[in-house]
Design a protein around this ligand. Structure first.
Ligand code: FE2
Ligand code: FE2
Length: 263
């Protein structure tokens, strides 16, 4: 199974480049399953139900998110209105699994594509971020429930050390641990010794003429003046950042991980 994972889709420019480039990437890399982080899909802040549907219509199978998941209140209603169907669209939009028990939404999805069983786990780091539950122990718990051999983990975190530690912790137990949230791709993709594909950050899919997606003048003013300011999505130098992970369906082990950046 070949999995394409697209890094944080940022605003309209991010959605537009996914629409334009995804069909070609799927063909070129013989992609079977598409996962994308959509936490910044709504002008940089959160995701709305219509944008969820827009991304699913482009062929994305599962959407992961992170700390921005709660920015648009409608997504909470969307989670709460989900019917009992474990494969409904609302079940295929994940919030980090290590929020407190009882938080709306789900942090893990298990399903199948072309008769191959797979699972996706969304986790959020705790270093320089809000104090969620322990992502390491939450991963242990989820892996006890999951039956699929192929397990893909999005670790949405700030600190390289925390992401890398989770990669080593899960090496041989999941197919891939990929980082999101910093919006800057890292050049450290590799398959760890026991068969887990790893990268510290996939990078953002959105405008790079910016500060992590936001209008650079607005962010600069914030650093210079330290006053509340309105943040808007930038628009220039749009790039799509992603990885392709090739997994052995019988064992769940990754064979290769390839980093992509397309303009
Ligand atoms: Fe993000
Ligand atoms: Fe984030």
């Amino acid at each position: 199974m070949r999995i394409l994972f697209i890094g944080d889709i940022f605003g309209r420019p991010g959605r537009a480049i996914v629409r334009d480039r995804l069909p070609g990437l799927v063909k070129q890399h013989s992609v079977d399953l598409i996962i994308a982080n959509g936490e910044n899909a709504a002008a940089g802040f959160g995701i709305t139900p219509p944008l969820v549907e827009e991304l699913f219509e482009l062929g994305i199978d599962v959407i992961t998110t992170g700390n921005h998941i709660w920015d648009k209140r409608e997504i909470i209603d969307y989670f709460e209105a989900a019917d009992g169907n474990p494969h409904s669209p609302a079940r295929r939009v994940l919030r980090p699994a290590n929020y407190a028990p009882g938080t709306p939404g789900w942090g893990m999805y298990e399903g199948s594509k072309n008769d191959v069983h797979y699972a996706v786990i969304d986790l959020q780091g705790r270093v320089f971020m809000a104090s969620n539950d322990d992502p390491f122990r939450v991963a242990d718990q989820l892996l006890k429930e999951i039956k699929a051999k192929i397990v893909f983990v999005d670790i949405h975190a700030e600190a390289t050390s925390e992401k890398m530690s989770l990669g080593w912790y899960l090496d041989g137990r999941v197919s891939a641990v990929v980082g999101t949230h910093t919006h800057v791709p890292t050049a450290d993709e590799r398959v760890l010794p026991n068969g887990t594909a790893y990268i510290t950050d996939v990078g953002m899919t959105g405008p790079y003429d910016s500060v992590i997606g936001v209008n650079k003048e607005q962010i600069l003013a914030r650093f210079l003046n330290n006053m509340p300011a309105r943040f808007e999505a930038a628009s220039g130098d749009v790039r799509l950042c992603a990885v392709v992970v090739d997994c052995d369906e019988a064992t769940g082990r990754a064979r290769t991980i390839e980093r992509l950046m397309v303009k």
